[in-house]
Write a new protein. Structure first.
Length: 108
């Protein structure tokens, strides 16, 4: 958010925060969500860079295109296990997977 917009909102009584503040998340809950979203972003990027459609990935995983879309969106109904297995099916190395997780835990 632009600093000028933040100042205007604050002056009108609005409280500025992030999802952690809004949802009163613990540090571990926030870390879990960041990991889930980073893996979802990684899945979408890896699939796109390989030139594979959601339907093709779904077929390889014996799943559905709509499930792949949910995976890429970070839907909470998708297990971390499925996200990790999907990334591995796309050729993601253990080192690359670890880097995704480590990057999600960096302080922003």
């Amino acid at each position: 958010m632009r600093a000028s917009k933040q100042r205007k909102l604050t002056a009108k009584g609005w409280k500025i925060g992030d999802a952690k503040d809004f949802m009163a998340l613990s540090a571990s809950e926030e870390a879990y969500i960041k990991i889930r979203l980073k893996l979802a972003d990684g899945l979408k990027a890896r699939r796109s860079s390989r030139g594979i459609t959601q339907t093709e990935l779904a077929s390889a995983l014996r799943s559905s295109q709509s499930r792949v879309a949910k995976m890429e969106a970070g839907d909470p109904t998708v297990s971390l296990d499925l996200l990790v297995r999907s990334l591995l099916a796309l050729g993601t190395s253990n080192r690359e997977l670890a880097a995704m997780i480590a990057h999600s835990l960096r302080v922003t």
